[in-house]
Design a protein around this ligand. Structure first.
Ligand code: TYD
Ligand code: MG
Length: 446
């Protein structure tokens, strides 16, 4: 009787205390002799070491998902055999987007199998109709049993497979509750081997769940080639598709999508999306170029500083900005500019509902606060960029020149920036400052 690692499926003729492949301890269990024709991927396909020179290259061809922005996040599209983990909170739009992408891939490259463990095929069909999807090469299956999904794959022979979701796959009868760690890991590992064996691009959906007991996407990230997350923003219908792991490309890429009546559509030029073009500048508003992956997005920081009621401590609220960072910046403003907000309520927000975590927004946050305190406006054609140190110094930010080039392209004429190299041949007046005080003077906010 052979033995098999419960974690990764590695087989060994004798019992081992530790798996040589996945390093799990005590994971070997006795299994029945392999039956001929047992599902592909279930048996460990041993490879022999080969010279680097003899190993074939991964083909350059990539399957386009039909959405340029999504392709960019995936590192140029789907490589045959790639395993993509697709995470997100329930209701964010995973099934919607994947049905759209599955149809696009089916239209271009042949059969795609979309397996839903949560919805009946009739329900999926209803959604497909709403999305205007009618590809005959798109196959639907409502199934939870891993082995039956594998059978369906062998039956259909698809170019790409979508499993919606990992948490509904019953991978092992003895693996405990569906959605539990063992089931989810086993399913992910199995689909990964299947994908590699067949050269079939595979997308594994995984819900982010807040309550314990279920295995979320983080528990299988190490098993996949690419991990992306679909995120909602605080308010409205915008979605960000963010790549956090990519064995074949850059991990920092982000796509901006918008949920509409017929599914998700890409926001092709999101740079100015969060700053309305007909914006009238108001006191307490400052524009900053924020980096999201290789994209520069302009964000509006808004501050409202008002005398507090005098009962209890003054209010401090932030939306989309780091709360503790905001408190530090208020202290720096007080110390280095002598502007006291101790008896004031301070509200700070990023307009449009995005989360911004970069220190590069510090100077814009300070400018917005000062603008509100002084009741002065920062001109509409001016952006503000820089990290603010505890000593009241303004520090360079990463990829500053790139951001300024984009800002100039979008029609802004002035930028208050740290002392650092500037982009060449750019029609933008860059005012370099070394301290917060200088920045306040330049902007007329002292
Ligand atoms: P869904 O894709 O089912 O989310 P997930 O698979 O991540 O759980 O999306 C659910 C939400 O999307 C639901 O609230 C309805 C909305 N929606 C639209 O706004 N437009 C559409 O065209 C579709 C299909 C869904
Ligand atoms: Mg879903």
């Amino acid at each position: 009787m052979p033995y098999r690692c419960r974690e990764c499926g590695y087989r060994s003729p004798k019992w081992l205390g530790r798996c040589p492949v996945c390093q799990s301890w005590e994971s070997f269990e006795e299994v029945a002799e392999d039956k001929a024709g047992e599902t592909a991927g279930q048996t460990w396909v041993g490879e022999r070491p080969r010279s680097l020179a003899d190993i074939p290259r991964i083909p350059e061809e990539r399957l386009s998902t039909g959405m340029g922005e999504v392709d960019r996040v995936l590192g140029g599209g789907l490589i045959p055999g790639v395993v993509v983990l697709f995470g997100g909170e329930p209701g964010v739009g995973k099934s919607t987007l994947l049905l759209q992408l599955a149809a696009q891939v089916a239209a271009r490259y042949g059969k795609v199998l979309y397996v839903s463990g949560e919805e009946a095929t009739a329900q999926v069909k209803l959604r497909a109709e709403r999305l205007g999807v009618a590809e005959p090469t798109l196959y639907l299956l409502s199934e939870q049993h891993l082995l039956r999904i594998v059978e369906a794959v062998q039956d259909v022979g698809p170019t790409a497979l979508v499993v919606d979701s990992l948490q509904t796959v019953l991978a092992r009868p003895d693996g405990g509750e569906i959605g539990g760690l063992l089931q989810v890991r086993e399913a992910a590992a199995h689909f990964a081997r299947l994908a590699k064996g067949l050269g079939m691009a595979t997308v594994l959906v995984s819900h982010i769940t807040k309550e314990g007991g279920f295995a979320g996407p983080k528990t299988v990230e190490h098993l996949v080639d690419v991990a992306v997350y679909l995120e909602g923003v605080r308010e409205g219908d915008l979605r960000l598709l963010r790549c956090v792991k990519n064995r074949y490309g850059s991990t920092a890429e982000v796509a901006v999508l918008q949920m509409g009546a017929s599914g998700l559509v890409e926001v092709a030029n999101p740079s100015l999306f969060f700053v309305p073009q007909d914006r009238t500048p108001r006191p307490g508003s400052a524009i900053v170029p924020v980096l999201e992956g290789s994209r520069t997005l302009l964000m509006e920081i808004q501050a409202l500083v008002t005398p507090s009621g005098g009962y209890g401590p003054p209010q401090r609220r932030t939306a989309g900005l780091d709360f503790n960072r905001a408190l530090v910046l208020l202290a720096v403003i007080e110390k280095h500019l002598g502007v006291h907000t101790r008896a004031m309520d301070v509200y700070l927000a990023v307009a449009g509902g995005l989360e911004v975590r970069e220190p590069a927004v510090d100077l814009a946050v300070c400018a917005a606060v000062l603008g509100s305190v002084r009741n002065r406006v920062i001109p509409a054609d001016t952006v503000i960029l820089g990290e603010v140190g505890l000593a009241g110094d303004v520090r360079p930010v990463r990829r500053g020149p790139e951001r300024l080039r984009e800002v100039a392209k979008l029609g802004f004429r002035r930028a208050v920036v740290p002392k650092a190299p500037l982009p060449k041949r750019v029609s933008l007046e860059a005012i370099q400052v070394q301290t917060l005080k200088e920045a306040a003077e330049v902007l007329g906010l002292t």
